[in-house]
Design a protein around this ligand. Sequence first.
Ligand SMILES: *Cc1c(COP(=O)(O)O)cnc(C)c1O
Ligand SMILES: [Zn+2]
Length: 416
Amino acid sequence: MVLKDARPFGPATGLSCRECGTVYELGPIFACSECFGPLEVAYDFGEVRRQDIESGPTNIWRYRALLPVPADVASKPNLQPGWTKLVKADNLAAELGLRSLHVKDDSGNPTHSFKDRVVSIAVEAARTFGFHTLSCSSTGNLAGAVGAAAARAGLDSCVFIPANLEEAKITMAAVYGGRLVGIDGTYDEVNRFCSELIGDELGEKWGFVNVNLRPYYAEGSKTLAYEIAEQLGWRLPDQIVIPIASGSQLTKIDKGFRELIKLGLVEDKPYRVFGAQAEGCSPVSAAFKAGQDVVRPVKPDTIAKSLAIGNPADGPYVLDIARRTGGAVEDVDDREIVEAIRLLARTEGVFAETAGGVTVGVLHKLVRNGVLDPEAETVVLNTGDGLKTLDAVAAEARPTAVIRPSLEAFRTAFAN
Ligand SMILES: *Cc1c(COP(=O)(O)O)cnc(C)c1O
Ligand SMILES: [Zn+2]
């Protein structure tokens, strides 16, 4: 493999095994050949200064010195995700009895979910490795993010989804013109199929963003940590509530916070990480509550389809982080998810997809149960747009009245 750019992965120095520490050269590999543990990007950052970040573009590339990407990444054709709003949620805070609450609203990304962050890093790796086709197994949002990113980058795409996803997510995945393949099965079955495809000549020269490019892809979630810290005025929050699908996002937000501390970009202080799942797919929450280290796979059944991974790859690391930081993992049922979507919309004008209903619902439950400190500075993530999961609230978010266009009809309708 010929690497044209002198440092196509910027500050990254190699891939290291999370389990046994074996170090590998940067390549399209994702599992340790010694112990099958997941590989993760290792760095030599050197000095990184706040002012260099602050003078960068208002997207994730302001953090390029902390990511496995080339120095000129911002000038290449890409979706420029990130720098989404950190909404000061005083109304929701008052309703829940919290002193300080922010909503990190990632519905503002180019394809309306947090997935644009991770895909953009994977696209760079795909280019460097000479892959002509971008691919993935998706619970919905990733399919759209890959389709759009490939279109912008001028790559082919072929994405795989469970055939029973929400209509909006199917449409969005297809509209960018790449191949979209629905599979009769759960996400976990789609994912297993993709692993087989990688081993076959059919999938040769394909970059599966969340499989053979996973170490690079996963690093994109760190930008959520960097943005939250910078938007709080270069401070870490005391508590943060993060959704769990594979658990990668939660794991990398913790990694991002620790890097900021190590680089001296924020003050070293404790923070507590809380994970959120839907009751209908809560293997990590179940393990946390049972005090176990092993995550037992489940068959998902929940309206929060974007989080419906029954066998979450990073589940054990999520348990470690929740326990190490004094956080917790909690779940809410479908009814609570819908109520939380409506609560967030009513109090803050933010319309979340079901995954946001899960985090806000879990936030509410943790406050009720006295697990979350109401005095501490809290951040809750909304990772997707409510327009993609309209069915969750369509039946109850209806017109107050439907009338003829006359004052009399209006007066009659609202007489009492
Ligand atoms: C993919 C996704 C997540 C988190 O996924 P992880 O696999 O845990 O990193 C969260 N919210 C939404 C809306 C998603 O699509
Ligand atoms: Zn290993």
